[in-house]
Design a protein around this ligand. Structure first.
Ligand SMILES: Cc1cc2nc3c(=O)[nH]c(=O)nc-3n(C[C@H](O)[C@H](O)[C@H](O)COP(=O)(O)OP(=O)(O)OC[C@H]3O[C@@H](n4cnc5c(N)ncnc54)[C@H](O)[C@@H]3O)c2cc1C
Length: 395
């Protein structure tokens, strides 16, 4: 499909009220029991769904759009051109779906991919445990087999959006005699008896985090993705998708100032600080913004190059760790600049007394601190780059 066709379709179908509103690829409808933010968001979702373009790259047989990597890149670029939000977002689409396509059984693909595409289900990720974060393979969530069921007991932590999710993909221990070789990858229905969630408040005030407790939860053994005790390979492949996605999302937008989603750093600085002789009045800030914008463009081009590798049939490799480090640190830097532009007004927490530039800024700035922790900390990514990209010795 040519760029002209994709562009024409978007021009014809993208509701005017959504144009110019996207600041990150995390904006869009989240599926499951999430609410549509507006009638136009629903309309946009439904129009895309008709073409399979809520999951543009996924095979047509499951309801996806069957786009090639090149077509998908064009689709993304054309959406970005109009700053249109994606019709559907969430880790069903970006993490578990791609893994099921790679490693799931035919039955698992047929059961789970169509409802993800139709936005009917929301997924969460049950990897981290209280004593297993960076050293994820030390996880202890226990299992025992009973007939064709697996009984799961344990606790997960930092599970984003668990309280509103329909399904969770979990790493569980199926063999205690070996570390990495005793882990399995299991899909669990969040409505199963024995699952409870408890929210944890974040420094930014919002509470998308949960603890998840699994108490004698019975799961069909057919929900294992890949073979029993082979879950570590599946888990790592999924993390590469996650890290690539984080980096890619930064490349697509980076920090815009909040609420109205329309203030770029440049525009906000001009509005707040003003121009002298056509240039931003604060030269130090001007320098920081110019550097961040150049780095943003470099990031965008690097992601584009990485996507070209995918076009050649590769799966995301350890290089996604580079994108994750660069993307998250750039994003944090951009929010730091946002705070510098706002000055003391940026510290506003809630209330109606703030301008569009300042409202919610502190919360998003604080949220960006988590970018270098989620999906595996940046220290761990540096270890991966050192060993698996640069081939450096362990010590
Ligand atoms: C916003 C956010 C969302 C998240 N969402 C999810 C989710 O949905 N599902 C999920 O399962 N998890 C989620 N997490 C958890 C995240 O994956 C873990 O926090 C992360 O892997 C780090 O684990 P930890 O918090 O136990 O820190 P620790 O592993 O205890 O690390 C503490 C510090 O020590 C450093 N460190 C540890 N080991 C090494 C080493 N070998 N070399 C160098 N430095 C090291 C780390 O870099 C870090 O700075 C989320 C986290 C955040 C912040």
């Amino acid at each position: 499909m040519s760029r002209d066709l994709i562009r024409a379709w978007i021009e014809e179908n993208a509701p005017a009220s959504l144009r110019g509103t996207a600041s990150t690829p995390f904006q869009g409808y989240w599926g499951g029991n999430s609410e549509f933010m507006s009638a136009d968001q629903r309309l946009w979702f439904e129009r895309c769904l008709e073409r399979g373009w809520t999951a543009p790259k996924w095979p047509v047989e499951y309801g996806g759009g069957g786009m090639s990597v090149e077509e998908h890149r064009t689709w993304t670029e054309e959406l970005q051109r109009l700053r249109m939000p994606l019709p559907l977002v969430g880790i069903g689409l970006t993490m578990i779906g791609p893994i099921l396509l790679e490693a799931g059984s035919e039955a698992q693909k047929a059961e789970h991919l169509p409802p993800i595409i139709r936005g009917e289900l929301r997924w969460c990720q049950g990897y981290s445990e209280p004593e297993a974060g960076s050293d994820l393979a030390s996880l202890v969530c226990s299992t025992r087999f009973e007939g064709d069921e697996i009984i799961v007991n344990g606790q997960k932590i930092w599970t984003s959006h668990a309280e509103v999710s329909d399904w969770i993909f979990c790493l569980v221990r199926t063999d205690t005699s070996t570390k990495h070789g005793g882990i399995s990858f299991l899909l669990i229905d969040m409505t199963s008896p024995g699952i409870t969630t408890r929210t944890i408040e974040l420094i930014s005030g919002a509470s998308p985090f949960c603890e998840v407790f699994l108490d004698d939860v019975r799961v069909p053994a057919s929900n294992l993705v890949g073979e029993v005790n082979k879950g570590w390979g599946v888990a790592k492949a999924l993390l590469r998708h996650e890290r690539g996605m984080v980096g890619e999302s930064i490349a697509a937008g980076g920090a815009r100032l909040p609420v109205l989603q329309r203030w770029t750093l440049r525009d906000a600085a001009i509005e707040r600080i003003g121009l002298v002789d056509g240039r931003l009045a604060d030269p130090l800030l001007r320098d920081r913004i110019a550097q961040a914008e150049m780095d943003q463009e470099c990031m965008r081009l690097t992601v584009k190059r990485a996507n070209d590798k995918l076009k050649a049939g590769d799966n995301p490799g350890a290089e996604t760790s580079i994108l994750k480090i660069a993307g998250t640190e750039l994003n944090q830097r951009r929010w730091d600049i946002g705070m510098a532009i706002a000055g003391p007004d940026g510290l506003g927490w809630e209330g109606d007394d703030y301008t569009d530039i300042d409202r919610g800024l502190a919360r998003q700035w604080l949220r960006s601190r988590g970018n270098s922790i989620e999906g595996g900390t940046n220290e761990i990514q540096r270890n991966i780059v050192a060993r698996h990209v640069l081939g450096l010795p362990k010590q």
